[in-house]
Write a protein that binds this ligand. Structure first.
Ligand SMILES: [Zn+2]
Length: 292
């Protein structure tokens, strides 16, 4: 079990314990101090939201998290948080799932947390940080409900399994890792994979993110694009014939960013595609295809 999975499990166990301690059954409700929630555009809603309550439903054949969320008028990240879900594709038939009556996240307080730091981190008013255990002052281990808070989009993408997709249709002509440099014959590390794709083919973003570089005529990389995806991930697309995005632009997964070419130090047309996490390159094939 990964650290994060363990943390989620711990939250669920603590939450269940908190419910028992408060004498709240699976269909019970809590009378918590009412607080305004955030509306869609991040403005503070004027009316206080209802007390936190939730229903327990059993997963039926064909159910999906997004379908359940839609049916009950809550967001997917709310369901993910309330049920400690680490992989939304691993929903078990017949398992129970908690569906709260409002959007928000469960949060277990850590050392150093206080109402202000939590509300700032999740961009919600202080009044939206509600105690499910503990009261008044935030102490480590307190379970809080962050009304209206949203999960980090990158974390939600990972849970939904929408990580990385192939940026172009083609076979791998040169793998990741040590290889002989085509110009010098010296063994060098190849920080990505080369895809054999016809000149002019569309190159798409491997995952949603923000363009951090869109440069032309580099002697080595040619015309190239770099996209930052959150969670420390960055992807690289080299040797393009044309670029269709600009720096600072947000791109969706699968959105065209340029076309395959042969610019820079290449022996022929191909797409060099790389992914790094916090500055360390790894084999894109380890994570590709999960969205397909
Ligand atoms: Zn390459």
């Amino acid at each position: 079990m990964g650290k994060r999975a363990f943390a989620f499990a711990a939250i669920v166990v603590l939450f269940a314990a908190a419910m028992l301690a408060l004498g709240i059954g699976p269909r019970g409700s809590e009378r918590l101090e009412e607080a305004p929630a955030l509306s869609e555009d991040g403005e503070q809603a004027e009316a206080p939201t209802a007390p936190l309550d939730y229903a327990t439903i059993t997963i039926q054949r064909g159910d999906t998290l997004s379908g359940i969320a839609q049916d009950h008028g809550v967001r997917v990240d709310t369901l993910v948080s309330f049920n400690g879900i680490t992989d939304s594709r691993a929903l078990r038939l017949g398992a129970d799932i908690r569906v709260p009556n409002q959007d928000g996240l469960l949060y277990t307080a850590r050392e150093g947390d206080d109402l202000e730091s939590i509300s700032a981190r999740y961009a919600i008013p202080v009044e939206c940080v509600r105690f499910l255990t503990g009261q008044g002052r935030v102490a480590p281990g307190d379970i809080l409900f962050l009304a209206g808070a949203r999960m980090d989009p990158a974390a939600l993408q990972r849970i939904n399994g929408d990580l990385f997709m192939m940026p172009a249709k083609g076979s791998v002509s040169s793998p990741f890792g040590l290889r002989e440099d085509p110009f010098t014959g010296v063994k060098v590390f190849h920080h990505g994979i080369d895809l054999a794709v016809p000149w002019g083919s569309t190159v798409t973003g491997t995952r949603s993110g923000k363009v951090v570089a869109a440069l032309r005529d580099d002697p080595t990389f040619g015309n190239y694009v770099i996209i930052s995806h959150g969670e420390g991930y960055t992807s690289y697309y080299f040797h393009l014939s044309s670029i269709q995005v600009r720096v600072g632009q947000s791109v969706a997964q699968g959105q065209p960013i340029g076309r395959v070419g042969n610019t820079g130090a290449v022996t022929g047309t191909h797409l060099h595609f790389g992914i790094a996490r916090r500055g360390t390159y790894f084999n894109p094939l380890d994570v590709l295809g999960k969205a397909q």
